[in-house]
Ligand binder design. Structure first.
Ligand SMILES: Nc1ncnc2c1ncn2[C@@H]1O[C@H](COP(=O)(O)OP(=O)(O)OP(=O)(O)O)[C@@H](O)[C@H]1O
Ligand SMILES: [Mg+2]
Length: 468
């Protein structure tokens, strides 16, 4: 039985809630959507639990308008404001030579055990960068392969416990309990990047209202994440302060006149009237050239901060297919051109998430990148092996089984012979379903004991550090 998921993106501008589940053929079926103006969340952090929980409740109530389905599980995106990414590695022996999900779980748990996690931080993701079997080259998916030793290099995302607790508290007041956390940047990358970009690597920048989050993705994993507590609202504030106009008017100026492609000649003598702050009956005249200078300065500053950070971390030289930008601020005209200049000619793409067709809202919108990523993270069957925020193994799902099940249900009243065949099939499915437990059909495998450190780790670690 497929479970019903509630996905929540706690943005500083908007809170978005989506209720969805998989069809029998594992297509994502959207059951309800809700979006509510955010309050009590600033720069990715809950700043007022009571206020934030009211907004969350409203967004979820909107999503629940069209469905009576009971929510089985809730997944929430968390900001990079309070996360830290670390690398680690692990290795295990394969006693009977065949690598099953058990060994994959064990080696990931071992890599997690080997990671140096700051005491007040909790694990959110353990994502394999690559596997190795014996001394073979990098293996993407070790399942059912043979060998005597399985090794893995992982990227571990951890988050400050108090920040996660504040999110849980805000949701609890709204009557919701959280089952899984997903890093905003990771969810965004999942929804934005195509297979080529994932394979050869790309940096994804999510430019929101008060935050700019970025991750570097390669193969099946993150290899770097970063965060800047600055977003499009800062442009609004700059305009408001420098043009002496109320924030509402400044926001309108930004979205209507913001255009980084316009030159001084284009804008010469062009003026607009804006209301004066504190004296809104009167307006003043401002030059559009001045408006563009203010917007340009802030956007350039954000891009330069990212570039400098990527350069400092050594990632800049290894950005693969380039940079993909999304989030509400990516709507700003000319952002692609300015980014190309700042990032020294690297390929820049402004992108929407993949659309999941539904009767409620279009997901083909830069602001929807994170929420669509949450849906794909939780409901997309073709997932890679990794550990989720409960340290449980996520694995690829058995699509074929479910298709068979659907077909079986339809042919229920056929001949006796057919009925018997069908019965056998159902028994098989039941047996297999017995193994599949936990939220959204993820398999929960036991964690390994903490006293078994992998052998030859330092040698393996050297290989990993060389790789980066
Ligand atoms: N044309 C535009 N130019 C610049 N900014 C824009 C434009 N259109 C929308 N925005 C900004 O996009 C922001 C909303 O984007 P988004 O929904 O991605 O933010 P959020 O996810 O709620 O915030 P955060 O991720 O920072 O918590 C608003 O600040 C809005 O002003
Ligand atoms: Mg956002």
């Amino acid at each position: 039985m497929n479970k019903t998921l509630l996905a929540i993106d706690l943005g500083s501008a908007n809170i978005t809630a989506i209720i969805a589940r998989n069809n029998l053929d594992y297509k994502i079926n959207i059951l309800g959507t809700g979006s509510y103006k955010s309050d009590g969340i600033n720069k990715g952090v809950i700043s007022n639990i009571e206020v934030a929980s009211k907004c969350i409740r409203e967004a979820v109530l909107l999503a629940k308008r069209n469905t009576t389905e009971q929510i089985d599980s809730t997944v929430v995106a968390i900001s990079g404001a309070y996360t830290k990414g670390i690398r680690s590695s692990g290795s295990v022996n394969i006693p009977n030579g065949l690598i099953t999900e058990n060994e994959i779980n064990q080696v990931l748990q071992m890599a997690l055990y080997n990671a140096t996690i700051i005491p007040e931080y909790e694990v959110v993701h353990v994502i394999p960068i690559f596997f190795k079997i014996d001394d073979s080259a990098d293996v993407e998916n070790p399942l059912n392969m043979n060998g005597s030793r399985l090794e893995v290099a992982v990227y571990v995302v951890t988050a400050k416990r108090t920040s996660l607790t504040n999110i849980k508290s805000a949701l609890k007041i709204a009557g919701i309990s959280v089952n899984n956390f997903v890093l905003d940047g990771y969810a965004t990358a999942i929804s934005i990047l195509d297979e080529q970009q994932k394979k050869f690597g790309a940096t994804v920048i999510n430019m929101g209202s008060t935050t700019t989050e970025y991750v570097c993705y390669k193969g099946t994993s993150l290899i770097y994440e970063g965060f800047i507590p600055v977003g499009s609202n800062h442009i609004t504030n700059d305009l408001s302060v420098m043009l002496h106009t109320p924030p509402i008017a400044a926001e309108k100026i930004k979205t209507e006149y913001g255009d980084l492609l316009k030159t001084s000649e284009d804008l010469a003598n062009k003026k607009i009237r804006t209301p004066r702050i504190g004296d809104e009956k009167n307006s003043s005249e401002v030059s559009l050239e001045h408006v563009q200078t203010i917007i340009h300065a802030r956007v350039e500053e954000i891009l330069m901060l990212i570039r400098n950070n990527l350069k400092k971390s050594g990632i800049h030289e290894n950005l693969g297919t380039g940079i993909v930008i999304t989030g509400g601020m990516s709507r700003l005209i000319g952002l692609k051109e300015l980014s190309t200049l700042v990032f020294d000619g690297l390929p820049i793409k402004i992108s929407n998430p993949v659309n999941i067709k539904n009767g409620y809202m279009s997901f083909e919108d830069e602001k929807m990148a994170t929420i669509v990523g949450l849906l794909l993270y939780s409901l997309e069957p073709n997932r890679n092996f990794e550990l989720d925020s409960n340290k449980n193994l996520i694995k690829k799902r058995k699509i074929q089984d479910n298709v068979e099940k659907a077909e079986n249900n339809i042919s229920m009243q056929k001949t006796k012979e057919e009925f018997l065949n069908q019965h056998n099939k159902e028994q098989k499915i039941k047996q297999e379903e017995h193994i599949i437990k936990g939220d959204h059909n993820t398999t929960i495998l036991p964690t390994i004991s903490k006293d078994k450190k992998g052998k030859g780790m330092s040698r393996f670690w050297n290989v990993i550090t060389e790789w980066f």
